[in-house]
Write a protein that binds this ligand. Structure first.
Ligand code: ARG
Length: 459
């Protein structure tokens, strides 16, 4: 059995099952690097403040540096019998540097240690997630840029509605991701706080210098309240909430692609790198990667609820329940990183647009009904009346299998005296997007300006 950081108060020992049940080393070993880095700053502070002899502080820092190198080189192997990562690092340090290691735990507790380690872990991963969102946005903007002229049907209620530029829809995803990134950036601000030095919960009577540690670890500020420091996990909940929203957005992107790749839609082809086959139906090529991104994201709201239930109603301050924040957090953050990366790959080279199919899909004149309506409004007809006119025209065409473009001006005038020959110019997808004028619309010049804006901003 590995030695514990407690024990002298006990005569008996933990049962085998309790030990297995309470140990967290199998998952919190991920924090080893952060545990060493935080301990290093703490040891230096203890030496600087004269709380421990300078030579002991030096011995501890040398040992911790060795351990950091081991973690970085992938040579750190945790002892499965250690209670948690803090114990494991402490025991390993003792083996490396001997007695001075026993002074490291002065003026701290595992309560402030664990939350500080987790904050450092989160800051690293937040930076990574933010960069990965940038990467996906860049892939999307480049994809929009390359396919600027492609027109697609757009849907409401999954019924054909109007035509838009594909690039316009792709930029909608970029906007969503920008807000997602903002949420992670917000979470980062509230994560970037040094909680080390709060000790068990009350602070310490020893003359520590908390700002020294804050600065060494690169935190933006020192936590103001020791009770809050060891109790708070809302920075984790915030990261998971941001993940849940981002994940939800990504499922919608995936769903569009999954629909578009069906033989019924057939708008795009997906590269083999993102598909798998069927063991029984030889013709099948399934978009499994997209389906699994869609499926995997279900864990974000699930894990978020887990954290809410975990924290709800816990009395101040630290409770061992809080150990269970880690499997949820790690799972969430690492999955987020994986799916952002794979989605960027999908958009940078994984999608082939079937231009001919798309061209054939946007010939229906119903796509232009709103444009015809606007034509009448521009001639002074009220929107209500214009709606009735175009509605009647569409109904009759549908009932008799007729096309608006086949009607001559006299026939058109049976619906409205305001119709002239030029109305029939509206019955083309290129015109439909071109005549849009409102800010944020699918007008090609406006979309192009947006693409250029994003290119500049994401550089
Ligand atoms: N493994 C523990 C956790 O993750 C570390 C803190 C233990 N603190 C304690 N007082 N037992 O929360």
């Amino acid at each position: 059995m590995a030695s514990k950081l407690w024990g002298s108060r006990f005569t008996g020992s933990l049962s085998k099952l309790s030990e297995k049940f309470t140990h967290s080393i199998s998952y919190d070993s991920k924090l080893a690097l952060y545990d060493c880095v935080a301990s290093l700053a703490h040891a230096q502070m203890l030496g600087e403040q004269g709380i421990i002899p300078k030579k002991d502080a030096s011995a501890i820092t040398a040992g911790l540096k060795t351990l950091i190198k081991m973690v970085e080189d992938g040579k750190y192997v945790y002892d499965p019998d250690a209670e948690d990562v803090h114990t494991d690092i402490q025991v390993k340090l003792r083996k490396l540097v001997g007695q001075p290691a026993d002074k490291l735990h002065t003026a701290r507790s595992r309560n402030d240690q664990v939350v500080t380690d987790v904050r450092l872990y989160c800051l690293d991963h937040l930076e990574n997630i933010i960069a990965l969102i940038d990467g996906l946005q860049i892939a999307l903007v480049n994809f929009a840029d390359k396919n600027q002229d492609v027109i697609i049907p757009a849907y409401t209620h999954l019924q054909s509605a109007q035509v838009v530029l594909l690039s316009h829809q792709i930029l909608a995803y970029v906007e969503m991701l920008e807000r997602d990134k903002g949420r992670f950036e917000d979470a980062k601000r509230r994560t970037n706080i040094n909680t080390l030095g709060a000790c068990a919960l009350a602070g310490t009577s020893l003359p520590t210098n908390r700002d020294f540690v804050t600065e060494k670890l690169g935190f933006a500020m020192t936590a103001a309240n020791s009770i809050d420091s060891v109790s708070d996990r809302d920075f984790i909940i915030e990261i998971m909430a941001a993940s849940a929203i981002t994940g939800m957005h990504l499922t919608r992107v995936c769903e569009d692609l999954i629909l578009w790749v069906t033989s019924e839609f057939n708008f795009i082809a997906l590269d083999d790198a993102f598909c798998t086959g069927s063991s029984i139906m030889p013709h099948k090529k399934n978009p499994d990667v997209l389906e699994l991104v869609r499926g995997t994201t279900s864990k974000f709201p699930g894990r978020l609820v887990e954290l809410f239930v975990l924290m709800k109603g816990l009395p101040m301050t630290y409770n061992r329940d809080m150990q269970m924040d880690k499997p949820a957090l790690f799972d969430c953050v690492e999955t987020m990183e994986d799916i952002l990366e794979i989605m960027a790959q999908v958009f940078s080279g994984g999608i082939k647009i079937k231009r001919d199919v798309l061209k054939a899909r946007i010939t229906s004149e119903y796509f232009f009904s709103v444009d015809i309506l606007d034509y009448l409004v521009k001639k002074g007809v009220s929107y209500r009346d214009a709606h009735d006119t175009v509605g009647a025209m569409v109904k009759e065409c549908l009932d008799h299998g007729r096309k608006i473009s086949d009607m001559n001006v006299a026939q058109l005038k049976r619906y409205s005296m305001h119709f002239e020959d030029d109305m029939r110019n509206l019955l083309r997808p290129e015109v439909s997007v071109q005549i849009k004028k409102s800010m944020g619309s699918t007008n090609p010049d406006m979309v192009k300006a947006q693409i250029n804006k994003w290119k500049k901003r994401l550089k």
